[in-house]
Design a protein around this ligand. Structure first.
Ligand code: DX5
Ligand code: ZN
Length: 236
């Protein structure tokens, strides 16, 4: 699986979102949009109307990360609006199978978000229902936090689960991606790629840089080098 970069607009200028999206257009694969409701996390950002507005202006597909309570009720609308990917949190969803299927039925990829303190193993049975696992590498809620190395073993275990899953079935052409989100930077991205991540969210490391496009390209190059060397990649 090729490395993908998803800059988080949480660290962008919210008054100039269309321009900020354009700034990374050539260098990134996705635009990561953090929806926070002040209940699931102690911060409030934006919701469906802003995502709909961004969809009209951004050329990159939108990667919606819903840090909200009751995603079962709210998530499908983001897919129906045209987001390319919609991620709900395992800790918040009450009917994840139904909700993940509704997201897919609306034409988006679906993701399952896992907080640092939540194990992946209880969600093994859900892997058939997801296109991406998002492993949070900080507690969700804010940009600019310090990367949590404690999540690295979980990235490795998730990669091992996906490799075993693929070996046990005929190729169905479906690849499940592992996204990491939080504290991803030039200091930490190699560790994530080495452990098995292939989609990298970066907020402050991209939008805090003088040249966001260049920062995204540098992160991609570093992740690609680490992936080429990674044992999990040779095995897969
Ligand atoms: C945090 C958000 C992240 C955030 C990452 O809860 O989910 O997407 O933007 O920001 P950095 O990359 O600065 O840690
Ligand atoms: Zn996020």
């Amino acid at each position: 699986m090729a490395v993908q970069i998803s800059p988080s607009i949480l660290s962008a200028d919210f008054a100039r979102l269309a321009d900020e999206a354009k700034a990374v257009e050539e260098a990134a694969d996705w635009l990561h949009v953090d929806v926070m409701d002040n209940h699931f996390v102690p911060n409030l950002t934006l919701g469906l109307p802003v995502v709909e507005a961004l969809l009209k202006h951004a050329l990159l597909p939108i990667d919606c990360h819903l840090m909200i309570e009751d995603p079962d009720r709210h998530a499908p609308a983001y897919a129906e609006a045209g987001a390319g990917s919609v991620t709900i949190h395992a800790e918040a969803a009450k009917a994840p199978v139904r909700t993940l299927r509704a997201i897919r039925a609306a034409g988006a990829r679906c993701g399952l978000g896992i907080n640092p303190g939540t194990a992946i193993e209880p969600y093994a049975d859900l892997l058939d229902e997801v296109d991406m696992v998002l492993l949070m590498t900080v507690e969700p809620g804010f940009g600019g936090q310090k990367f949590l190395d404690m999540v690295l073993p979980k990235i490795r275990r998730t990669r091992a689960m996906l490799t075993a899953r693929r070996a046990g079935r005929p190729a169905d052409g479906r690849e499940i991606w592992i996204q990491v989100d939080g504290g991803v930077s030039v200091e930490t991205i190699e560790r994530c790629a080495d452990a098995g991540a292939d989609v990298f969210v970066a907020g402050s490391a991209v939008y805090g840089a003088q040249d966001p496009a260049r920062a995204a390209r540098d992160l991609r190059a570093q992740a690609e080098r680490a992936t080429a060397r990674a044992a999990w990649n040779a095995a897969g």
